[in-house]
Design a protein around this ligand. Structure first.
Ligand SMILES: Cc1cc2nc3c(=O)[nH]c(=O)nc-3n(C[C@H](O)[C@H](O)[C@H](O)COP(=O)(O)O)c2cc1C
Length: 173
């Protein structure tokens, strides 16, 4: 099996990170993989905000958790060293698809570097709500932007068990 297939098949969602930081070199490679993802009409509307500041992140987590109320998501970012917010032009019809492609490119790139990731959708409603307005401003989003998805990146402390894939999802015409 080649290395790309291995990275795709071996990647799991990491929810336990060590305290070790992600280096600037690792981060810039992951971001590069995001920037080189294909985008609809080559519009390249997906923007990525890098959040490393743990104090700001703790405040954001508290605000999200209070508004959201689901205990399972209270520690949505698992104290990972780097959290990425993806967002972009809300009127662009492919913004969510493009974000999905960008985020997966980054997840696979991180895997190839020996890092763990988990894609985060649970903060979406909060970041699209009225209560999320000050946080959108902090992230650098404008009123024209829509938050799409987040990504935790860090060193894997505890590997995640492989979840079997459902059968019968491919049909040959
Ligand atoms: C769009 C999207 C949103 C997700 N949101 C969350 C989330 O908010 N919290 C979380 O822990 N995992 C989240 N995940 C991770 C999935 O739960 C995970 O990919 C799935 O359980 C399969 O596990 P695996 O990635 O280890 O193969 C999300 C994944 C995707 C693709």
């Amino acid at each position: 099996m080649n290395e790309t297939m291995e990275a795709i098949l071996e990647r799991r969602s990491t929810r336990h990170y060590t305290a070790e930081d992600v280096t600037e070199e690792q981060l810039s490679l992951v971001l590069e993989a995001g920037l080189w993802a294909p985008t609809a009409r080559n519009r390249q509307e997906v923007k990525i905000a890098v959040a490393r500041d743990k104090a700001w992140r703790a405040r954001f987590r508290a605000a999200f958790s209070e508004a959201d109320g689901r205990p399972a998501f209270a520690n949505f970012d698992f104290d990972c060293p780097v959290f990425l917010f993806l967002y972009g032009e809300k009127d662009f019809p492919y913004i969510e698809i493009d974000s999905g492609i960008v985020v997966e490119n980054m997840a696979i790139a991180a895997q190839s570097l020996g890092l763990g990731t988990v894609i985060i959708g649970c903060i979406r409603d909060f970041l699209r709500s009225e209560a999320g307005a000050p946080w959108r401003a902090d992230i650098g989003m404008t009123d024209e932007d829509l938050f799409t998805v987040g990504l935790c990146i860090g060193h894997i402390e505890r590997p995640t068990k492989k979840q079997e894939r459902k059968e019968g999802r491919i049909k040959y015409l």
